[in-house]
Ligand binder design. Structure first.
Ligand code: AMP
Ligand code: GLY
Length: 424
């Protein structure tokens, strides 16, 4: 069997490692991939948004299954292009990926189907936004409607800050067309939990929970990033909370999408917040998280390829997911200055110390090969150093010890990934 993975980050590296575990898989391609993915897959120099070229490649190379890791191609309709050409592909169609692609769509869906979320209003005209802010209470949350590399959410403490935010999103168009519409939302407080799930459009199976660290600095300070590290499972995701989410959120979302004529096949990522009034949905993503994939997939005992195929064929009901008891924690090694301004192109040392280990892994997020085959930094997030161990605390110690073995100029990491574990 031949598998193509679309994307180029740590998530796609983790996907490739999981796909490789299936004995029927003889070849993995990744487009465009990176220097770490090249150790498990053949990287193909086609961009993730070049749908026709990707489909032509899949046909020419007899690819049996394509797994799309990234949000942009999913929201842009890559699955529809592949399906129209008779290719098997794992991910939501364009009309379902809108669950992530439009925050206004997601909020309206939750409202219509009584899925718990923050109260909100949608505006498509800045004058209406300013008028709303006059009567609002603070803090308040502004969200650009479309994809904005995870940067389109602003938490505003004062009316003045919110007005600046509206100007940036809607008038200065800082996030381009993503700011054509905006959601203005009630500010919620509580612990955040990421729950990823597989769905075939009817049945949903949730994966083990994870807890992300989105802010750049220790103590959850500094700007929002794509994620500086995380761990699985979250000790705060209790059986009781899980049951509540099963009853009010997970199946309800799948059923709502189906009722809207937008059946969702693929991965739904539920960004949850545990408020004093119960769990609520902060956001949906239409794909695995990054770095959530790097801590959830190493714990998954169920074969990823088999689950993906069950979703495509609409027979997920027959599948149960299993996860190891071991905990997993990942520390992202970034380029100093990420997410604002940073340099890249520096040689990375120490990667060979991970060879052959299954309890300590290094997933590549932003790396490339230099002229002489050496591995260089090539992004804000560079590597995700991940460790498995019987407890979260042991996994944390192990991951941080392993992170010390890797060096490159301007290496930056948070030193407090997993700090919440100490409160349990
Ligand atoms: P999102 O991209 O929607 O996940 O938002 C990024 C981050 O902004 C979330 O992980 C939360 O930390 C924060 N956030 C989003 N919506 C809210 C909200 N309504 N109240 C408080 N924080 C929020
Ligand atoms: N780590 C959050 C995301 O993938 O959106």
């Amino acid at each position: 069997m031949k598998v193509l993975i679309v994307g180029s980050g740590g998530r796609e590296h983790a996907l490739a490692v999981s796909v490789k575990k299936n004995p029927a898989v003889e070849k993995i391609y990744c487009a465009p991939g990176n220097a770490g993915i090249a150790s498990v897959a053949e990287c193909v120099a086609i961009g993730a948004m070049e749908f026709d070229r990707l489909a032509a490649f899949a046909k020419e190379h007899d690819v049996d299954l394509t797994i799309v890791g990234m949000d942009d191609p999913l929201v842009g309709g890559i699955v529809d292009v592949f399906e129209a050409q008779g290719l098997r592909v794992f991910g939501p169609r364009k009309n379902a990926a809108i669950l992530e692609g439009s925050k206004a769509f997601a909020k309206d869906l939750m409202k219509k189907y009584s899925i718990p979320t923050a109260s909100y209003t949608t505006v498509s005209d800045p004058a209406k936004a300013y008028a709303f802010l006059e009567r609002a209470s603070y803090p308040i949350v502004l969200k650009a409607d479309g994809l904005a590399l995870g940067k389109g959410v602003l938490i505003c403490e004062t009316r003045q800050e919110a007005e600046t935010g509206v100007k940036e999103i809607m008038e200065d168009r800082k996030f381009g067309d993503a700011g054509n519409q905006m959601v203005i939302e009630e500010f919620l407080t509580g612990r955040e939990i990421s729950v990823l799930s597989f769905t075939d459009g009817k049945t949903i199976r949730t994966m083990a929970s994870a807890m992300d660290h989105k802010r750049a600095g220790d103590g959850d300070t500094g700007p929002n990033t794509g994620g500086m590290g995380n761990f699985s499972p979250s000790p705060f995701y209790t059986e009781e909370i899980h049951q509540y989410c099963c009853d009010h959120i997970y199946q309800a979302t799948v059923d709502a999408m189906a009722a809207e004529g937008r059946p969702f096949t693929g991965v739904i990522f539920f960004g949850l917040i545990l408020t004093k009034d119960g769990p609520k949905v902060l956001e949906f993503n239409a794909r695995f998280g990054d770095p959530e994939a790097q801590v959830v997939l190493p714990r998954m005992k169920t074969d990823l390829v088999e689950v993906a195929e069950a979703c495509i064929d609409g027979r997920l009901e027959e599948t149960e997911l299993a996860f190891t008891e071991d905990a997993c924690l990942c520390v992202v090694l970034a380029s100093d200055g990420y997410p604002v301004r940073y340099e890249k192109g520096f040689p990375i040392r120490g990667l060979e110390t991970f060879d052959g280990k299954t309890d300590e892994m290094v997933f590549h997020s932003g790396t490339k090969f230099g002229e002489h085959g050496e591995i260089l930094t090539n992004g804000g997030r560079v590597l995700a150093v991940t460790a498995l161990a019987p407890t979260l605390k042991e996994a944390r110690e192990k991951a941080y010890r392993a992170a010390e073995r890797v060096t490159f100029s301007n290496k930056y990491m948070r030193h407090d990934i997993g700090h919440a574990i100490d409160e349990v």
